[in-house]
Structure formats: C-alpha cells, structure tokens
Design a protein around this ligand. Structure first.
Ligand code: ATP
Length: 416
C-alpha cells in the first residue's frame, strides 16, 4: 500500500446471481422444482479508488448503484469476484441496522459483544463503557432486550459503539437517517471530531448536505463504474443535475402517457370540455401554449432551486382586449400559494392586445424549495374581467442540494 493511504481498492468487480422465479403456487413449485436458472448481474465493474489516512469520502449514486456493496466489500462482509481491497488499521462500521446485535440480549450485553467484534478486549470495553452509554443517552433502557428498541434506539447504541472503538477507519451506511434531529446533529459533530483526530471515514448517504459537511471528496458510482470523483460541492451538483435530467425524462414520459390517456378519454368527454373545468374567461384571447424553460430544455419539468427559469405564455387573440393584464400564480401541490403577480401590480404601462403574441417572465433564480408545483396563468382585461384564466396550466418539480425547510429559499448570510 502507498505510504499515507488508508484504503486501496483496485479493479474490483462484483457480481450477484439473480434467480428466476419458481412460482408461488404449489403446482408451479412442483412443475418448476428443477428450474434453477439465474442470470449474473455485475454490480461493480472495475472500480478503483484510494483513500488517504484522515480523509473522509462520500459515496453517492442512485438506488441500487452499488454503494452499500462497496462498503460491505470494505468491511469484508463479502468478497470481490476479482480485484483487490487493502485497508490499513482497525476498521469500525455501521452498515446494517442491528447487525452484530443479539435481539434477546440487553443493550449492555450487546455493547460487549458488538465492541468485541471490532476487536476490543473485555478490559478495553470496561474502560469505554461509560463513554458509550453517555453518548447513546440510552442509560434508562440499557437493561432491556434490544428487540424492544426502536430503530432510532438501535442506531444510537450502534453508533456509540462504532465511534468508541478507536478505529482507524470508520465505514457508515445511510443508517444515520433513522436518528432524530438532535441525535443526528450530535453524530455529525462527533464525526467531525473523529475526523479531526485523523480517522479515515467512508460514508454512504443520499443527503448531499451531510456529505458536503463532512467529506473532502465525493465518489459518484453509476452503472457499476466511478462516473466522477472530486470536490463534494462540484460532484454532488453534477449528480443532482444528472438526477434532475433523469426525472425530467421520466416526467416527460408520464406526461406523454397522460396525454395519451386524455386522448382516449375524449370519446366520453372532449379534451376541450375537460380543460374548460380549470379554465374560464370571455375568450377574447386565449393561451395557446404555456411552458417553463430552464437550462436543459424549453419544456422543462424539473428545476433546481437555484436555476434561472423562463415562463413563456403564447396567446391567440380573437377580439381586441383593452387594457390587458397578464398574471401568474405558483402553487405547491398541497395548495399553498407560493407566489403571484401580474402586470397591473407591477404598474406596467397600459396596453391592449390586438394580435397573437408571446409574453415571457424571466426569473433569475427560482428559489423554491423541493416539491411539486403548478403554474396558473391569466389574461384579464380592464376592470379585472377574466379573459382566459388557466389553472394548472403547467406542472413542475423542484429539487435541491440544500436541506433548509419551508417554501422558498430566502437569500441570507450568517454572521456568527
Ligand atoms: N446479496 C445480494 N444478492 C443479490 N443481489 C444483490 C445482493 N446485494 C445487493 N444486490 C444487488 O446489487 C445492486 C446494488 O445494491 P446496493 O445495496 O449496493 O445498492 P446501493 O447503491 O447501496 O442502493 P441504495 O441507495 O438503495 O441503498 C442492487 O441491484 C441489489 O439488488
């Protein structure tokens, strides 16, 4: 192993066997009892990376891309089909909730068995017992069998053991997610402390915020290979953009399916009639097309919180509309109005509509937090007469690497 390295993973390949179903009915099971067919699926296909001593890395990627498999290979719960994995020093891991715990034994007894799995002697555990109990805040429940614990309680105990075994390398899977907010915050502070003391950390998480807080580097696994690695802020952003694009494709496909379904429904109720239920006005002008564009497409369905967005409203005029007003309203899927404005509120100079055209609203930064949203658009004429009020003219989703809560991101800076 190179000097200064704690982990070296070289050309690792791992495949699993996926068995075909033998059926669930007795008849099928008898008929297919000799059917032992399976296919081999490569989960990791030539993965190589190194981790320096004291470095913290985050493994990211979509569900099933092989993050947990990588951690299991590092802990030697399983072995690669080819390639090599080397680790230097004592390894502690928090991979599967409750792994290493016996359900019928008390919390206290489990501390002993669990810590001994990580290589501690009885004397070493005795010395650390108080620290483990104190960190877990589980003292009142310590003599109850762990089968009576909630998943958060399991995690508290397992985490407290894992961080108190003086490991050189700490491997943690998504597991932190089950702790309550206070305990999560405590764990994160502890992880930072452990890292500052020189422990090497490998963490799997879907929370980019968590990765960015702790890790020096992100490794993005995709289709069995490392797609990118580097500074967490940059890699996490590329990953979120990639996932946003995927969701955009899915949203477009489901939009097409919905449109196809609507066409079928036309036999019973014409499309125009269905639309009218969420659309009203005197019809002097009418929206022909309403869409939102971002950096990926002109009809984008998924946006990042920070993204620049254009709302385009193309309209047709049948009869002159005097003193026209264009308006927009954005609603979250639980009905909360997130934003609304119109050209009258913004004191636009009076204008009439006498020919077809397009209105565009340029939004420098969308600022909405993750969720599902719909856009209402409207044309009114003088004295607020609805010309074409179109509810839910467009639907979209927002994703973000930020974890703040609420409806929108308020621009702010902290001073501490
Ligand atoms: N023991 C096993 N036998 C067969 N297939 C397995 C086994 N363990 C994992 N897999 C398969 O390997 C793939 C990768 O699983 P893994 O748990 O590593 O994914 P992951 O990236 O951690 O996913 P998630 O984000 O959902 O936790 C999945 O398709 C999974 O079904």
């Amino acid at each position: 192993m190179k000097p200064g390295n704690a982990i070296e993973v070289k050309n690792v390949k791992k495949k699993f066997k996926v068995y075909f179903d033998k059926g669930s009915q007795l008849k099928e099971r008898i008929l297919f009892r000799n059917r032992n067919r399976y296919e081999e699926r490569w989960v990791l296909d030539d993965v190589s990376f190194e981790v320096k001593q004291g470095e913290a890395i985050g493994l990211i990627g979509h569900n099933g891309c092989g993050k947990s498999t990588t951690l299991k290979l590092l802990t030697r719960i399983m072995y690669p089909d080819s390639g090599s994995i080397e680790l230097k020093g004592r390894v502690s891991s928090l991979i599967e909730l409750g792994a290493g715990f016996h359900p019928d034994m008390s919390g206290r007894e489990n501390i002993y068995t669990n810590a001994s799995i990580f290589g501690l002697t009885k004397k070493e555990i005795d010395e650390r017992l108080d620290d483990i109990i104190e960190f877990s805040e589980m003292e009142p429940f310590l003599d109850n069998p762990v089968r009576t614990y909630s998943s958060g309680m399991y995690m508290r105990l397992a985490f407290s053991v894992a961080i108190n075994v003086n490991a050189d390398i700490l491997l943690i899977d998504e597991i932190l997610a089950v702790g309550d907010v206070n305990f999560q915050a405590k764990c994160f502070n502890k992880l930072r402390e452990i890292k500052a003391q020189g422990t090497t950390i490998v963490i799997v998480s879907h929370s980019m915020g968590q990765i960015e807080q702790i890790c020096d580097r992100s490794i993005w696994i995709h289709e069995g290979k490392i797609k990118a690695e580097g500074n967490p802020r940059e890699i996490d952003k590329d990953y979120l953009d990639f996932m946003g694009q995927k969701r955009q494709e899915i949203a477009e496909q489901s939009q097409k399916k919905d449109e196809a379904k609507t066409m079928v429904a036309e036999e019973i109720e014409t499309r125009a009639e269905a639309e009218e239920k969420k659309r009203w006005g005197n019809g002097r002008a009418r929206f022909r097309e309403v869409c939102m564009s971002g950096k990926q497409s002109d009809r984008q369905r998924v946006f990042a919180t920070e993204e620049s967005v254009k709302i385009r409203m193309n309209y047709k005029v049948k009869q002159k509309v005097q003193d026209a007003v264009f308006g927009i309203g954005i609603f979250r899927d639980d009905g909360v109005q997130c934003y609304g404005t119109n050209t009258r509120i913004e004191q636009f100079k009076r204008f009439d509509l006498d020919k077809d055209g397009e209105v565009v609203v340029n939004i420098e930064k969308l600022s909405l937090l993750p969720g599902k949203y719909t856009l209402d658009v409207a044309i009114e004429s003088d004295m607020a007469t609805p010309v074409d009020y179109f509810r839910q003219a467009y639907s979209f989703e927002v994703y973000s690497s930020l974890t703040d809560v609420g409806v929108f991101r308020m621009e702010h800076q902290w001073e501490v």
